[in-house]
Design a protein around this ligand. Structure first.
Ligand SMILES: *Cc1c(COP(=O)(O)O)cnc(C)c1O
Length: 392
């Protein structure tokens, strides 16, 4: 009995949202003018922090005023890039309520990313409960203008304070939030991509299927080269056949006209080199629901069938499509940050493949229908599955 008791008390503590301790900022910061928001630069009042050590397990979660972290210089996150993150948003609903979008999927992906870097496991439901508490405290930071949201960045870093190149036995989860303006601002109608097959971001068998900080680090040099040549982002190609993968923090979709009048909606498969985007999964589900008559995508004829293909696409194929008049209807990137954004041109082998750009924000019928459907579900205007979760 006594022996049992002592084993129980020594077991490292699980992540437990009920142990939350909140210290609020005495004088809240003034809200910045929402017109001048630059993505990811505004710091709000509070942040959430939880620490893990092998001896004690997960500490009591703390919400406290936003501020710097204090880290030992030997910390494994600084030395060996044990950093994983998520990107999710909370939207103002049609009745002023705060709504998360498929948050359980973000938590599950974060848990998988942490496991990929051998970071300590945590209970995703408890973390989500804590994120909701943080959001309730930061509600006034959700911009009220249409298309705006509060971006949430849950992060886990390895904090083992020693130089041995071994898995980190210690970790810190922190969650910060930052207000985000609408992606479409001013006259910009989409983004251009430079297709790059060298110095590639991710290889088969690598870590591309997880949201790891290190996946981004090696992409920044090619990104600067692309910027110098006048392109917004890099389109990462894979292998001799130059398979299209993804661009920036976006999955890609190609809408191609079929001879029978329907549309093929093609996206590269989840082969481990591509991040399994939640927005990507939404596009696939919406296309399916539209084609079976379960929903009608706003502005898309109900009779138009969208045939989804998760299959490899090569640059050569895109090039051929683009030379056949009227064949490529739309190319768009999707992700939490942009929702849906049109791709205007792709630089490849010294030339530009120019893609159709449509009136208004540049999106075509399908891209716009997808975008509108996403916004409608995110704000609770339209219900689809149980994807929109009120934060209460
Ligand atoms: C986050 C991310 C995406 C988009 O994922 P969502 O879940 O749709 O936001 C796509 N590609 C990469 C590389 C990413 O990091």
């Amino acid at each position: 009995m006594a022996a049992n008791d002592s084993t129980t008390s020594q077991r490292p503590a699980e992540l437990d949202a009920s142990k939350l301790v909140v210290t609020t900022l005495a004088k809240r910061k003034p809200l910045p003018p929402m017109e001048s928001l630059v993505f990811g630069e505004t710091k709000t009042d509070h942040m959430l922090i939880i620490n893990y050590t092998p001896a004690t397990g997960w500490s009591a979660p703390v919400i406290k005023p936003y501020g710097p972290l204090s880290l030992d210089p030997m910390s494994s996150c600084l030395q060996y890039s044990q950093n994983v993150f998520e990107g999710m948003k909370v939207y103002l609903g049609t009745n002023g309520e705060a709504r998360l979008f498929r948050p359980n999927d973000n938590m599950a992906r974060l848990a998988r990313s942490a496991a990929r870097l051998a970071l300590p496991a945590f209970n995703p439901d408890e973390l989500l409960a804590l994120i909701k508490e943080l959001i309730k405290l930061e509600l006034r930071w959700i911009p009220k203008a249409p298309g705006c949201s509060l971006y949430i960045r849950p992060t886990i870093i390895g904090t083992r304070a020693a130089l041995g190149a071994v898995p980190s036995d210690s970790a810190c989860i922190f969650v910060i939030v930052t207000p985000a303006g609408p992606y479409f601002q001013g006259s910009k109608k989409g983004i251009s991509l430079l297709a790059i097959g060298e110095n590639i971001r991710l290889r088969p068998g690598g870590s591309g299927g997880h949201k790891l900080g290190l996946n981004y680090a090696s992409g920044f040099l090619p990104q600067t080269l692309a910027s110098k040549q006048g392109y917004d982002q890099v389109l990462w190609l894979l292998g001799k056949s130059e398979k299209v993968t993804e661009a920036g923090a976006m999955n890609l979709f190609f809408a191609v006209q079929r001879r029978d009048g329907d549309v093929d909606l093609i996206t590269p498969p989840l082969d481990g080199t591509i991040l399994p985007g939640i927005t990507r999964a939404c596009m696939l589900a919406f296309a399916e629901a539209h084609s079976t008559g379960k929903i009608v995508l706003p502005g898309v004829p109900a009779s138009l069938k969208l045939h989804v293909h998760e299959r490899p696409v090569t640059m050569g194929e895109i090039d051929v499509f683009s030379t056949q008049i009227g064949r490529i209807l739309e190319v768009f990137g999707v992700g939490t940050a942009v929702i849906v954004v049109p791709i205007t041109r792709i630089g490849w082998r010294g030339k530009d493949i120019v893609l159709p750009v449509h009136e208004g924000n540049g999106l075509g019928q399908i891209g716009h229908g997808m975008w509108q459907m996403m916004v409608d579900v995110q704000t609770g205007k339209t219900q689809f599955e149980d994807w929109s979760v009120v934060c209460d």
